[in-house]
Design a protein around this ligand. Structure first.
Ligand code: ADP
Ligand code: MG
Length: 439
């Protein structure tokens, strides 16, 4: 066996250099012969217990062929794991200097795994342990600067948390409720959960017809969370892999490993509530499979189809802590605010006449109407977007909607087990049967 040959050789070297000094033979860490560690840990390095590392000397060992592996560090190629024999030198205040004989080698031809032994003075194990620890730390891949946003199932383009809170046009009360909920959870709630010996995991749902600004709100909440030093984990079902429990699971792993408070965003959560995955998602909501991040995890889920969020989720206490209904435009004041926002520098005072027509429409409708009005004007080579263009634009969008070409609604087939995969029609006027009970 190679290690026996190493020990035999090392003992011989020891007897020659330190006759009569008591030693122990130990399995040592292969990292002490790693070139990265040797380059980084220089003579003079202070170690625990008032000891100092004084450098090394290579030794010729007939049973080891010195050889290094190599790899990248940053952009550079460097030598890494190395087989070789060394004497490491140490000194300690008010004591004689001492040495450690060390040899690392490949165990056998088939296994590319270094094995290392060391001969250490019996009373110096502690210094050696500190040295090994320093070597191991030097070799460990450097932890990259932490990311603020982790996207599961998609690229960074899938989610851009740069939306300003003020750009989301919704009733102030609703917005404040939502941001207060997040703040209260992370600042006070997490401790309370911990005192109760519960995993700090709070679950919020944003429910509303398409285009009311749920995705936008998620992005604005994410920006807010990041500004407080939290991490955002975003699960996207829009990539080729679609919505699968596997993604939720990966997200939960990221949440658990984060070591920071996490805002977990799962958009269109209803898409995950199908087939076999459904029971597992329910387990997560129930706490059976939920993440345990001691810093706290807040789930912000969205759905365009609140009516298909199974009663078992909506009505069973504890599965969701709170449902926020994200409404269509409810009054003139918001309609005007939204219209001004999207008309921007094209705003004219008489545009205000269309405001009543915007009631009950989602924000996305106003944005589309404003954009389309600009296109109409441009088409006629006009620089001003007159009221006529705006009205024309609204009329044509309304016609499209009536014709069933609902550009605001995604056409993802949806459905839960109990309605055979077909969605129930949502009336725009009162899409949420549970509005009064749950909000
Ligand atoms: N409340 C809102 N305030 C400002 N803009 C909005 C609002 N709701 C929708 N919009 C506009 O419509 C677009 C689509 O909205 P989105 O957030 O994707 O809706 P949802 O996720 O609810 O379907 C947004 O990017 C934004 O331009
Ligand atoms: Mg959305």
């Amino acid at each position: 066996m190679q290690y026996e040959r190493l020990v035999e050789w090392a003992k011989g070297v020891w007897e020659e250099r330190w006759p009569n000094r008591k030693y122990v033979t130990i399995w040592a860490s292969a990292e002490c012969s790693n070139m990265i560690a040797q380059n980084q840990i220089r003579a003079g390095r202070k170690l625990r217990g008032k000891a100092r590392y004084d450098g090394l000397q290579s030794l010729d060992c007939p049973v080891i062929v010195p050889i290094s592996d190599y790899g990248t560090r940053g952009k550079k190629m460097v030598l890494t794991a190395t087989a070789g024999a060394y004497v490491f030198k140490f000194s300690q205040e008010n004591e004689d200097p001492f040495e450690i004989i060390y040899a690392s080698s490949y165990f056998d031809d088939d296994v590319q795994d270094l094995t290392a032994v060391a001969i250490v003075p019996v009373d110096k194990l502690e210094t050696w342990a500190a040295f090994e620890f320093a070597c191991a730390r030097a070799v460990r891949p450097r932890i990259r600067r932490r990311r603020d946003v982790y996207i599961i199932g998609g690229t960074d383009a899938f989610f851009d948390p740069t939306v300003d809170w003020d750009d989301v046009i919704l009733p102030d009360e609703l917005k404040n409720d939502l941001s207060d909920d997040m703040e209260a959870f992370f600042t006070k709630g997490v401790d309370i959960y911990r005192q109760l010996k519960l995993a700090p995991f709070r679950k919020l749902l944003l429910a509303g017809v398409p285009g009311t600004g749920k995705t936008m709100l998620c992005a604005a909440m994410a920006k807010l969370a990041i500004s407080h030093g939290r991490i955002v984990v975003y699960v996207s079902g829009s990539d080729r892999d679609g919505a699968s429990f596997e993604k939720i699971q990966r997200a939960l792993q990221a949440v658990t490993a984060a070591r920071y408070p996490v805002l977990l965003i799962v958009e269109e959560i209803d898409a995950y509530l199908q087939g076999d995955d459904k029971a597992r998602v329910l387990n997560v909501l129930d706490g059976v499979e939920s993440p345990n991040n001691p810093e706290g995890a807040l789930l912000l889920a969205t759905t365009n189809y609140p009516e298909v969020i199974d009663e078992r989720i909506a009505k069973r206490p504890g599965r969701l802590d709170r449902i926020f209904v994200i409404p269509t435009i409810q009054d003139d004041q918001h309609a005007e605010q939204m219209l001004r926002h999207y008309m921007a520098d094209q705003w004219q005072e008489d545009h205000i006449t269309v405001v009543p027509q915007l009631i009950d429409q989602p924000g996305a409708f106003v944005r589309e109407a404003a954009l389309h009005a600009r296109m109409l004007a441009a088409h006629e080579h006009r620089t001003e977007v007159t009221l006529e263009f705006l009205q024309q634009s609204i009329d044509s969008l309304v016609r499209q909607l009536r014709a069933g070409n609902d550009f605001l609604r995604d056409r993802r087939p949806i459905g839960l087990s109990n309605n055979g995969g077909k969605s129930k029609k949502v009336s725009r006027q009162n899409p949420f049967g549970f509005r009064d009970e749950l909000v």
